[in-house]
Ligand binder design. Structure first.
Ligand code: ARG
Length: 591
C-alpha cells in the first residue's frame, strides 16, 4: 500500500471511530505538504466538520491525535486552520525504499491478456517530402504516449498511416521523369526521401515559371492554373495511377520505396517504431465502399452532380463531402477505410490519433461519421492534438523550402552535444564518446519537445535544450551518469536496508519523491501527458543533486548511513532511467 493510501485509510477509520461517520477512503486524497509548512502530507478536514460538529482546528487535532495513536507510519502532525499536516515516521521511508528496490516493475503495471487494447497512430507522413520538425514533435509525442499507456497496463499497438497516393506524389514522379536524368538514391548518394522532396520542389518551380509566362501572355491567375500543361500532366498521371497503369504504378512503387528507406532511417535515429503500418493506397477504396454503403443505409446522400455527402448539421457541424462528383475520394474517405482495416486487424478498445491541431475539425467529423457507420470506438476516438513548433529564427515555411528538416536537425543536435561536452568526453574511448553524444543530442531534443504542454505552440531552442544545468534532457542524463559513477566507485549497493536506519529530512523527501512515481505514471496515462513525466524527472534530478551536494556518500563514515545513501542513489537512478525511458530518452552510463 502506498503511504497516501495508508493515510487515507487511517483518516477514514479515524472519522468513523471519532464521529461515527462513513467516509470512503478513496475520497480522501492526501496532498504533498506545501513547502512553507512542516510535514509530508496534508489532509483537508473541512469535509468532516458536518460529522464532528467542531471547529476545523479541533477536528484536525482530534484526527491527528488518533493517527499518532493508531498509525505507526505517522510520527507527528501540526494543524493550520482546516489543514492537517502529517509528518511520516522516518523509519517508514526506509521500509518504502526497501520495497521499491525489491520490485523490478516498480511504477509500472504490466499488461494482461484482457487489458484494454489501445491503438496509437502517429507520424503519418505524405510520401512527397522528408520529415520535418513538426513530424519530430509528432513522432516523439506518439512514441512517448504509447510507452506511457503501456506502463499503465494497456496493450498498445503503434501504427502509422502513410499517405502514399494522390496528386502530391504524382508531382514528384512527373518532375523526376522530366528532369531527373535517372537520378537514384544509389547513384546520387542522396537519401531517398530527400531525393523525392527535391523533385517535389522542382515541380513547383517549373509550375510557377509556367504560370508566370501564361500570365505574362495575358491570362488571369485562375485561367493560367487551368491551362497549365504541367499540372494537366500530373493529373493525367494520377488518373493513370488510379486505372492501374503498369508503368505509372511501377514508377510509383520505385519512388515510394526510396522514400520508405529514407523514413526508416529517420525513425531509427529518432528511436521510434511501429507495430503496423497502413498505406492510403490500400485503404482509400475501402473507404469508398463504406461511403457508398452509407448511401443505402441513409447515413450519406448523393447530390445531383453525383458527389456524396454526410449531413452532420444535426450534430452541429456541416455537410461533409466524401466522394467528389467524378467519384474520387477525399482525405476523409481514406480515414474511414483505414479505420475499417484497423478494426479488422485489431479488436481495439480505443483509438488515439496524434495529429496536429490544424486538423481538429477533421477529427471531430471523423468521430461522428465512424460512429454513424457503427464503429464502437468511433465516437470516443481521441484526437491527441498538438501545436506548431518553430525555431527561434522564424516560422517554418514548407513551400519556400526553408522547412526544418528532421535529419538535419538530428545531425545538428548531435554535433552540438559533441561541442558542448568536448571536455567531458576527452578521456573516453572514441566510440563511447560518439554514442554518448548521440544520446545527449537526441535527449536534449526529446526532453525539450516533450516537457511542454503539447497543445501549445512552441519554440524549439537548440542552444537552451542542451544546457547541462537547465531544465533539460542533458541535465537528467548527467544526473544519471553521476549516480552510476558513484555506484561504480562504491562497487556495490546493499540490496536491503536494516530496519533501524532512519533517513534524515532530505533523504526522506527524496524517498517520498520516489514513492510518487507510480501515481505520476498513472496520471500521465489518464491525461495523456508526457509533460508530467518530464517534470517529474526534473524534480527528482534536481532534488537528488541537492542531496548529493549536501551530504557525503562514499565518504560517509557510518556504514549504515552510507548504505542508505547508496541504495537511495541507486533507486533514483533506476526511476530516472525508467521515467525518461517513457519519453524515449536514453541514459548514458558515463559522461
Ligand atoms: N498525412 C497527413 C498529413 O500529412 C496526416 C495524416 C494524419 N492521420 C490521419 N489518420 N488522418 O497532413
Amino acid at each position: 500500500m502506498s503511504i497516501e493510501a495508508i493515510i487515507s485509510q487511517g483518516v477514514s477509520n479515524a472519522v468513523k471511530e471519532l464521529y461515527g461517520a462513513d467516509v470512503a477512503s478513496t475520497s480522501i486524497v492526501p496532498q504533498a505538504t506545501r513547502k512553507e509548512f512542516e510535514g509530508n502530507f496534508t489532509v483537508v478536514v473541512f469535509p468532516f466538520l458536518k460529522a464532528s460538529h467542531k471547529s476545523p482546528e479541533a477536528t484536525a487535532t482530534e484526527i491527528g491525535d488518533w493517527l499518532i495513536e493508531n498509525l505507526p507510519a505517522v510520527k507527528k502532525f501540526n494543524v493550520v486552520k482546516g489543514f492537517l499536516n502529517i509528518t511520516v515516521n522516518p523509519s517508514f521511508w526506509t521500509g518504502l525504499l526497501n520495497e521499491m528496490a525489491q520490485d523490478p516493475d516498480y511504477g509500472f503495471v504490466s499488461p494482461k491478456e484482457d487489458s484494454p487494447l489501445v491503438m496509437v497512430e502517429y507520424s503519418s507522413p505524405n510520401t512527397n517530402k522528408p520529415l520535418h520538425l513538426g513530424h519530430v514533435r509528432n513522432n516523439l509525442l506518439g512514441f512517448s504516449l504509447a510507452k506511457i499507456l503501456e506502463a499503465n497496463g494497456n496493450r498498445v499497438v503503434k501504427t502509422n498511416i502513410v499517405n502514399d497516393r494522390g496528386i502530391h506524389i504524382c508531382k514528384s514522379m512527373l518532375a523526376w521523369q522530366k528532369y531527373g536524368n535517372g537520378e537514384t538514391p544509389e547513384n546520387s548518394g542522396k537519401k531517398g526521401d530527400h531525393l523525392i522532396g527535391d523533385y517535389y520542389v522542382e515541380f513547383d518551380k517549373h509550375y510557377k515559371d509556367e504560370l508566370a509566362s501564361l500570365i505574362a501572355s495575358g491570362m488571369e491567375q485562375e485561367e493560367a492554373e487551368a491551362a497549365s500543361k504541367l499540372m494537366g500532366e500530373a493529373r493525367e498521371m494520377l488518373r493513370k495511377w488510379e486505372a492501374g497503369d503498369p508503368d505509372v504504378r511501377k514508377l510509383w512503387e520505385t519512388m515510394n520505396s526510396w522514400v520508405y528507406e529514407g523514413f526508416d532511417e529517420t525513425y531509427k535515429r529518432l528511436g521510434v517504431a511501429f507495430d503496423k503500418i497502413y498505406y492510403e493506397s490500400d485503404t482509400y477504396l475501402e473507404g469508398k465502399d463504406l461511403v457508398l454503403g452509407g448511401i443505402e443505409s441513409g447515413i450519406m446522400y448523393r447530390k445531383d452532380d453525383g458527389s456524396v455527402w454526410a449531413d452532420l448539421t444535426p450534430d452541429g457541424l456541416d455537410h461533409k463531402l466524401l466522394l467528389r462528383s467524378d467519384g474520387t475520394s477525399v482525405y476523409m474517405t481514406q480515414d474511414i477505410g483505414t479505420a475499417k482495416l484497423r478494426y479488422q486487424d485489431f479488436p481495439i478498445d480505443k483509438m488515439i490519433y496524434v495529429v496536429g491541431n490544424e486538423q481538429n475539425y477533421h477529427f471531430q467529423v471523423l468521430a461522428l461519421i465512424l460512429d454513424k457507420l457503427g464503429f464502437k470506438w468511433g465516437k470516443d476516438l481521441v484526437h491527441f492534438s498538438y501545436g506548431m513548433v518553430e525555431l527561434p529564427e522564424g516560422k517554418m515555411k514548407s513551400r519556400e523550402g526553408t522547412v526544418v528538416d528532421a535529419d538535419d536537425l538530428i545531425d545538428k543536435m548531435i554535433a552540438s552535444a559533441k561541442e558542448a561536452s568536448a571536455e567531458r568526453f576527452a578521456d573516453m574511448p572514441r566510440e563511447e564518446a560518439e554514442e554518448v553524444a548521440r544520446m545527449v543530442g537526441l535527449g536534449a531534443l526529446k526532453y525539450f519537445l516533450l516537457k511542454v504542454d503539447p497543445k501549445k505552440n512552441m519554440l524549439f531552442n537548440p542552444k537552451e535544450s542542451i544546457d547541462f544545468n537547465g531544465n533539460t534532457g542533458p541535465f537528467l542524463q548527467y544526473t544519471y551518469a553521476r549516480i552510476q559513477s558513484v555506484m561504480r566507485r562504491a562497487g556495490k549497493a546493499p540490496e536491503k536496508l536494516e530496519a533501524d536506519i532512519v533517513p534524515n529530512e532530505k533523504e526522506s523527501a527524496l524517498i517520498q519523491r520516489l514513492s510518487e512515481f507510480p501515481a505520476v505514471v498513472k496520471e500521465a496515462g489518464e491525461t495523456y501527458s508526457p509533460a508530467l513525466i518530464a517534470n517529474y524527472c526534473y524534480d527528482l534530478a534536481k532534488e537528488y543533486n541537492q542531496f548529493y551536494h549536501d551530504y557525503p556518500i562514499l565518504k560517509e563514515e557510518d556504514e549504515k548511513v552510507k548504505d542508505l545513501r547508496l541504495l537511495l542513489s541507486r533507486e533514483v537512478g533506476v526511476v530516472l532511467k525508467k521515467a525518461s525511458g517513457l519519453l524515449g530518452m536514453e541514459m548514458p552510463e558515463r559522461m
